[in-house]
Write a protein that binds this ligand. Sequence first.
Ligand code: FES
Length: 247
Amino acid sequence: MKFKIKIWRQKNAKAKGEFVIYDIDNISSDTSFLEMLDILNDKLISEGKEPVAFDHDCREGICGMCSLFINGEAHGPDTQITTCQLHMRKFKDGATITVEPWRSAGFPVIKDLVVNRGAFDKILQAGGFVSVNTGGAQDANIIAISKKDSDESMDAAACVGCGACVATCKNGSAMLFVAARVSSLAKLPQGKVEGSQRAKAMVAKMDELGFGACTNTGACQAECPKSISISHIARLNREFLTAKLRD
Ligand code: FES
């Protein structure tokens, strides 16, 4: 297969970026999207040109590092996968593919397709840790938790923190990310104790770091590679209101 890859190139955070088009051919349909970028980079290096900077780590849909906006969609045209799980057979032979970094005030571009997602770490830090004594593993096993609650908690915990929700949201809101974190703990007895305070602290940090408000468009849920439901945002709102009423 052959493609025209239209990629956002930007030297550093302060430089003005621009799209550059590269031709690439001899790509197997079974090549992953990131492998295609590896092949492109090998070509650029052999031509004495600067390779394209992009984020990746596990390449198995686990770490949440790969973060590309492909043809106007977070993680590309497939659903419920991260960019590293996307394959070139999803594109037409000869197609032009546009590749951009996540675009959001909360995620400034560092270089090319790499953005700074340190804001997510700050939001997590604001949420704090579970301070109740949870005992050892055997103690945890004797706490009865309903199947429904444990399933909901695990579904929320599936969030890999990739930031697709923010990049997709027209408001640049991080509500789905925050909701997943709050919900995964609030549905369990050990995390419930501080659930409301955690929600209040994380929402305040999210606002402070420049993320927008949620207007319930549902775009985040549609593009989330882990299908995190926006019902978790409803739980976050409940926890947040509870904390405010307590105040
Ligand atoms: S590189 Fe880890 S999820 Fe894609």
